[in-house]
Design a protein around this ligand. Structure first.
Ligand code: NDP
Ligand code: OXD
Length: 306
């Protein structure tokens, strides 16, 4: 078997070592233009030239959960696109989102500012019943996040394309369920894949339906959010703030107003990182399963877009 590695912004050596250890019988190399045809590829943001040259690939293993960038490229015919299926990401996402929700709910940002100013002051405890959290997307990451939020007794609503049942979570689905879902939520967490149906979904209209004093946590993709609409809703006072991990352009350009906005907390696309060892183990297991003709989880439906 010939495995090729083509991952932008990723140190190749440790990945190659892990893949070689898992497949001692295989050839595992970093792709170079003109390289021999490979059977399987491990990729992140590969150039179009890679895909144009590697027409014999049977499977493309994306070392992330989101495949939006990959699906914009022309893929070899019949290739299976396989996403990372958790591989240590969901616990990180649950930590990040619970941290952001709790920081906002308990006003820890306010306490930090007070302490910096040498002020010993109390804030009135808030009622968590008034801080219902809506999780958009109830897949591998969204479901874990919804369950984690329930541990802190927040009312939790979830929205997905097809109906879902999660114990303790009020679930809604499809276009018909969106309005009820939004108006039931004060804090909105976005964990949707980026597809033609979900691009720009966080806009003046949808965010405007959140309860007054709403709060946005976007951890999925920057292109889900209409930046100007978020700024307008913060200025109008309808939204109290936002925590953003993803942006239309990454790195976020230095002149972007999000950097300095007092109600926006931002992080550099780090809410759930790809963990190398877990990912290699998962990909290796799936390659072995495919070799044995067994079904695998995480195969992307290119028509659906995730
Ligand atoms: P999944 O594919 O497992 O889940 C996607 C969920 O979104 C499903 O519940 C699906 O519904 C729902 N959905 C898709 N389209 C629609 C729609 N049109 N309307 C309503 N619901 C919809 O994805 P993951 O949970 O693994 O990941 C989600 C996203 O998180 C990734 O695509 C990626 O963009 C982002 N991500 C960000 C990271 C970061 O560090 N910031 C790290 C990892 C991922 P259904 O259940 O009915 O199919
Ligand atoms: C992913 C990501 O999609 O890192 O996995 O955003």
């Amino acid at each position: 078997m010939n495995i090729t590695f083509c991952c932008t912004d990723t140190k190749a050596e440790p990945w190659l070592a892990g893949l070689r250890a898992a497949f001692p019988e295989a050839t595992v190399d970093v792709w170079q233009p003109g390289a021999a045809q490979a059977d399987v590829a491990v990729v992140w943001a590969p150039p179009q030239r890679f895909l144009d040259e590697q027409q014999a690939l049977k499977a493309l293993f994306n070392i992330g959960a989101g495949v939006d960038a990959l699906l914009k490229l022309r893929l070899p015919p019949g290739v299976r696109v396989v996403r990372l299926d958790d591989a240590g990401m969901s616990v990180q996402m649950a930590e990040y989102v619970c941290h952001a929700v709790i920081r906002h709910f308990r006003e820890f940002d306010g306490y930090e500012a007070d302490v910096k100013a040498g002020k010993w002051s109390y804030r009135k405890p808030r009622d968590r019943k008034d801080f219902a959290v809506g999780v958009m997307g109830l897949g591998v990451l969204g479901e874990r996040v919804a369950r984690a939020l329930r541990v802190f007794d927040f009312p939790v609503h979830g929205w997905s394309r097809t109906p879902k049942a999660i114990e303790g979570v009020f679930t809604h689905s499809g276009e018909v369920g969106l309005e009820t879902f939004l108006s039931a939520s004060r804090v909105l967490v976005n964990l949707l894949p980026l597809t033609p149906d979900t691009q720009d979904i966080l806009n003046r209209q949808t965010l405007g339906r959140l309860q007054p004093g709403g709060y946005l946590i976007n951890v999925a993709r920057g292109a889900h959010l209409v930046d100007a609409d978020l700024l307008a809703l913060l200025d109008s006072g309808h939204l109290a703030g936002a925590t953003l991990d993803v942006f239309r352009t990454e790195p976020l350009p230095p002149e972007h107003p999000f950097w300095q906005h007092p109600q926006i907390t931002l992080t550099p696309h780090t809410s759930a990182r790809t963990l190398r060892d877990e990912s290699i183990a998962q990909i290796a297991g799936k390659i072995r399963a495919l070799e044995a003709g067994q079904p695998i989880a995480g195969v992307v439906d290119a028509i659906r877009g995730y």
